[in-house]
Ligand binder design. Sequence first.
Ligand SMILES: C[S@@+](CC[C@H](N)C(=O)[O-])C[C@H]1O[C@@H](n2cnc3c(N)ncnc32)[C@H](O)[C@@H]1O
Length: 258
Amino acid sequence: MHIHVDYDERLHAVYERGRVLPPGTVAMWMDAIARNAPRRRPLTVLDLGSGTGRFSDAIAERFGGPVYGVEPSARMRSVARTAHPHAAVSYLDGRAESIPLSDASCDVAVLFLVLHHIEHVTLAVKELNRVLRPGARLCVHSGFSGQMHEHLWYRFFPRGREIDDLVFPRLDDVIDQFGEGGFAYVGLDHVDQKVAASLPAYFERFRHRSFSTLEHMSEREVKEGMAAMRAAAERAKEHDPVPVIQTADLLILERADS
Ligand SMILES: C[S@@+](CC[C@H](N)C(=O)[O-])C[C@H]1O[C@@H](n2cnc3c(N)ncnc32)[C@H](O)[C@@H]1O
């Protein structure tokens, strides 16, 4: 089910603080892309729904670029230009349904936490097929309805998983939709990413409300969940820090030769 979330409204202002990843975690994601991407270098990469550029500069560092961060929210793009500038990265106005790049121009497309925001997936698949070269890889980091991994925050927000199951697409539907648009299923990779050094550090990040799932909850639910997490974070300060590790899926698809 597609539910519109406007990152120009509030999320752009909290995204960087709320979604910061510890050193090493971004590198783990780059390793995951590298083991699924074509071997040659440099690679031209489309970072679709690049947001604040959280991964765009790292992609340029690892793969050489050029990297095109295509993002519909002007405010997210503005944060990206300040927070993650890189000589090989261009942040462009566009969206999955209308990608401002020429035909067969990219070797890899990265879609990190963006698939569930795309309203017209069939159009997006068509556009991705157009801008990717034959044999190019699509790296899709997303939750998948019915098979969400355990998230620490679900413990404090009882409806979190239920809402995520509504918001995120089913894996088999995604594979079918992309299959019809000329993409072959390669596999489902995983990254066990460290998202915070401890529960208090996790709360410090989470309290900025940068997760769009929270936008679908009542103010009361959010307040109660935050209070419960804050209390647990305070209690955790009395013990040795336990890192928060989150398993995440990376769906790999390949653009067929044609
Ligand atoms: C959760 S953020 C992910 C940002 C970045 N990929 C990351 O992982 O940090 C989702 C982003 O997708 C963008 N978005 C929403 N609809 C989109 C669409 N139709 N095409 C491309 N991006 C879209 C939003 O504006 C937002 O910046």
